[in-house]
Design a protein around this ligand. Structure first.
Ligand code: MF3
Ligand code: CO
Ligand code: CO
Length: 312
């Protein structure tokens, strides 16, 4: 067992007692499940109107269609620049807007993050996918003013066992996060469902990038941590809230660095592989409703399928 003065398991370099000890005690299996809590007035302000929820549903449906469109094209030999053009043209030809294009100065319509790139990889015609790569393609569309945001990590041909392990752990981490979304549950329950699982699989959860509230804006109030963090706001998940769950999971340590030249590309600090999956979800009276299900996911009744493996 880890001692109070040992380095924390999360790789922060801090002593265990100064880092995750309290959270681990709070989340130990011996404790009874959380009782649903009532939302505060502040929480209630985050609840979307039926009209807005309908808009979010439509944005999610389109983003799902876009993902099904692009998925079979992501193969060895295609450049990330070509993926960007395909995403852009499909979105625009359907009368919608690629949310990333021009967002805070971002130059492309999609993020393509290969191997040790954690997120915000910028597509380029010079960057060609090769057998053995893993690549996250993160799509965000604006449909009649509402945002849909989802991503998947693809394995290009045969990948290493290590890469496959990471991708599967990340897929399950996202699903566990979605399963933690219940009415009356604190926002922190998402991280509590994700981080201990990921760490038990020998991987780590990126701290610096998170999920988010989403609606008529890309990144709305509140931050959805996927790692256990004292700064997680005391939001009570309440029917009508919409948010993304999008854990970025590293094979090595959780720390990342941003490219100083392009100002966007985020890489693992230790050079290890990183994967991510993302869905936009709606809090309901029961299980979270996944708004960004793709047509193929709907047809097969799963929220995610990776290389033929279904995740519930
Ligand atoms: N789609 C990312 C997210 O999940 C954000 C990308 S912002 C961009 O929140 F500017 F890099 F496109
Ligand atoms: Co995204
Ligand atoms: Co997002």
């Amino acid at each position: 067992m880890i001692g109070r003065n040992d380095p924390c398991w999360c790789g922060s370099g801090k002593k265990y007692k100064k880092c995750h000890l309290i959270q681990d005690q709070a989340t130990s299996a011996a404790l009874p499940p959380r009782q649903p809590r009532r939302p505060s007035l502040k929480d209630k302000k985050l609840i979307k109107s039926p009209h807005d929820i309908e808009g979010m549903e439509r944005a999610g449906v389109f983003n799902g269609e876009l993902l099904d469109y692009i998925r079979p094209l992501i193969k060895a030999g295609i450049s990330t620049g070509e993926i960007d053009t395909l995403v852009h043209d499909y979105t625009v030809s359907h009368g919608h807007t690629p949310a990333c294009l021009g967002y805070l100065g971002y130059p492309k319509s999609v993020c393509t993050s290969i191997n040790n790139v954690v997120c915000h990889g910028i597509p380029s015609s010079k960057e060609v996918l090769r057998e053995g790569d893993i690549v996250n393609v993160d799509l965000t569309s604006i449909v009649d003013g509402y945002y849909g945001d989802s991503s998947e990590t693809f394995m290009i041909g045969a990948v290493s066992e290590e890469a496959r392990h990471l991708v599967m752990v990340t897929a399950e981490a996202m699903i566990r996060g979605i399963d933690a979304v219940r009415p009356g549950v604190p926002l922190a329950a998402i991280a509590e469902a994700i981080e201990p699982f990921v760490v038990s699989k020998g991987c780590s959860v990126v701290h610096q990038y998170t999920g988010h509230g989403i609606g008529k804006k890309f990144h709305e109030h509140f931050t959805v941590y996927h790692h256990i963090d004292r700064d997680c706001e005391p939001v009570i998940l309440t029917p009508g809230m919409t948010l993304t769950i999008e854990p970025m999971i590293n094979r090595g340590g959780w720390d990342v660095v941003t490219d100083q030249v392009d100002g966007w590309t985020v890489r693992t600090r230790d050079g290890s592989l990183s994967a991510q999956f993302e869905h936009t979800v709606l809090v309901t009276e029961g299980a979270a409703k996944v708004l960004t299900l793709t047509p193929s996911q709907k047809a097969s009744g799963v929220r995610l399928s990776v290389d033929g493996i279904s995740f519930g």
